[in-house]
Design a protein around this ligand. Structure first.
Ligand SMILES: Cc1cc2nc3c(=O)[nH]c(=O)nc-3n(C[C@H](O)[C@H](O)[C@H](O)COP(=O)(O)OP(=O)(O)OC[C@H]3O[C@@H](n4cnc5c(N)ncnc54)[C@H](O)[C@@H]3O)c2cc1C
Length: 489
């Protein structure tokens, strides 16, 4: 149920379980925990459930076939039906900016409400356990012209299409690295855009290095084949081992230069070719969104593509007792893995709180599926790990931090002249990463530049505020005791 201030369902604090994130992982976790007898609150910044994968148009847009752009739509409608029939309190439009462990061992989630977090009063929700299912965000590697209007994130283009039914342009080049590019290109083409090329920096043959993980996951190969067939039908050309190394245009995108890359992602001289387009959808993989957990001190692990995910035990618990995580927070692996982990975590929470033996057969099956899908996720992550040569795409006047307008030249100067050796020092010397997005866009690039060709330290995902919060929301914390009846937008 979606709670309103008068809902009795909003008056159960402390809940047994608070789930942050209503994507595949959070939904599966919330409905499973509720079906096992726990009182559950499910918070999400978005107005709708479904997360990134199952984004869908608002009812006001009157889409006749919201499932048209989705694989696995029935998995989502099944979770949505179970949520509607459950006692879960669903707090939509709740942006959780901090989670805190109280002296009595319970957790408080602090949230601001409304579409952009500025509506109504801030909310405080208390629970005995927490499940973080906050997904991932896109990794961007800069190149000359990437800040021109008409350049959008690859996942962002998919989100525009799935939730707003709009295309970023009529002729859209899709570029970067990762399996998401194929999904995005086939959606754009199916929706009527002309896609002159999918430009993938990695080589697909790298998948062949782990034949066992491939053989164990035939459904993944089938999904890739179905995207491939859709691209063939729409005559979309896939260019592996290539990158968009420059965007051209005065007021917006008019063309891109696509260049062949060597195995380290270094441009091969003389191979640049111009392709006319009016939009570029670009992304270089996904980064787990884990600030809420790392700010609490949760341990992390380095993933094969150089990003950080949460270190989890066999039942999805983080290094902080009572705090579980599922889905992309532990490493990017897709919606089926996210659902599996969400259910596994919920069963572990229920066993702990109810003091009952868990259903061992079900748990064993979930673990096996999780391990099989995780093995594939690790192969995928390694195959698309950025090579160090991407830095050769940059010119000194390329903006790296677009919020603070810090160029590659200034960061290089901070490294070579002023002795910066890590992203944090580069940030203090140049302001790169201090703007609105708090380094989510430029963090990877700044770490790579600071490492001077060595192995970069992944940007530390420690931020006291996981989302932007107004001072008035902080001031309200002093005005009231913890609110036993969370208000919703
Ligand atoms: C932009 C983007 C587009 C994607 N598109 C596709 C696609 O088309 N196809 C595909 O196979 N995979 C796609 N993915 C990958 C996809 O995210 C996963 O495969 C799958 O959705 C993972 O499920 P999840 O539950 O872990 O995370 P998500 O589905 O991402 O769900 C996370 C949820 O947490 C919420 N959240 C995050 N932080 C907070 C906070 N602080 N407070 C409150 N709520 C919060 C978000 O609003 C979101 O609803 C995309 C990823 C991104 C980042």
């Amino acid at each position: 149920m979606t709670a309103s201030p008068s809902d009795p369902g909003a008056r159960q604090e402390p809940y047994d379980l608070a789930v942050v994130g209503a994507g595949s992982a959070g939904l599966a976790g919330a409905v499973t925990a509720s079906e096992l007898g726990l009182s559950v609150v499910l918070l999400d910044a978005s107005a709708q459930t479904g997360g990134q994968f199952h984004r869908h148009p608002a009812p006001a847009l009157g889409a006749r076939r919201p499932e048209a752009l989705h694989h696995d739509w029935s998995a989502f409608t099944d979770l949505r039906r179970r949520l509607a029939g459950s006692t879960v309190t669903h707090l939509a439009g709740h942006h959780v900016w901090s989670t805190v462990r109280e002296g009595d061992g319970t957790w408080t989630a602090h949230a601001v409400t409304g579409a952009d977090g500025t509506a109504g009063r801030p909310a405080r929700i208390r629970a005995r356990t927490l499940l973080l299912a906050t997904g991932a965000y896109e990794r961007q590697l800069p190149f000359p012209g990437w800040t021109l209007p008409g350049v959008v994130g690859a996942g962002g283009a998919q989100a525009m299409l799935k939730s707003g039914l709009v295309l970023p342009g009529r002729r859209v080049v899709v570029a970067g690295s990762g399996p998401l590019l194929l999904a995005v290109a086939s959606s754009l083409a199916a929706a009527g855009a002309r896609v002159p090329a999918v430009v993938e920096a990695a080589g697909y043959l790298r998948y062949a290095r782990a034949p066992l993980a491939l053989l164990a996951n035939p459904a993944k190969a089938a999904e890739a084949l179905s995207h491939g067939a859709a691209l063939l039908r729409h005559r979309v050309r896939v260019r592996p081992r290539s990158a968009v190394t420059e965007v051209h245009g005065t007021d917006r995108v008019e063309a891109v230069t696509v260049t062949r890359l060597d195995a380290d992602w270094r441009p091969v001289p003389g191979t640049g070719r111009r392709i006319a387009c009016d939009a570029l959808a670009v992304g270089h993989g996904l980064v787990p969104q884990i600030e809420l957990a790392t700010t609490l001190g949760c341990a992390t692990r380095r993933l094969p593509d150089g990003t950080l995910g949460l270190a989890l035990d066999d039942l999805q618990e983080t290094s902080e007792r009572g705090l579980w995580a599922a889905g992309e927070t532990g490493g990017v692996g897709g919606a089926e893995l996210a659902r599996t982990e969400g259910e596994l975590a919920a069963r572990a929470v229920a066993a702990r709180l109810l003091g009952r033996r868990a259903d061992e057969d079900r748990i064993a099956g979930l673990r096996r599926r999780r391990d099989r899908l995780r093995a594939f996720a690790d192969v995928m992550s390694a195959a698309h790990a950025p090579g160090p040569g991407w830095q050769d795409w940059l010119t000194d006047d390329t903006d790296v931090c677009r919020c603070e307008e810090v160029t590659a030249g200034r960061i290089r100067e901070a490294v070579t002249e002023l002795g910066a050796r890590d992203a944090r020092t580069a940030k203090l010397l140049t302001r790169a990463g201090m703007g609105w997005c708090q380094g989510r866009m430029c963090g990877t690039a700044v770490s790579c530049l600071a490492a001077r060709g060595g192995v970069p330290e992944p940007p530390a995902e420690r931020r006291p505020f996981a989302v932007p919060v107004r001072l008035s929301a902080l001031a309200a914390l002093d005005e009231e005791p913890a609110d036993p009846h969370p208000r919703t937008s």
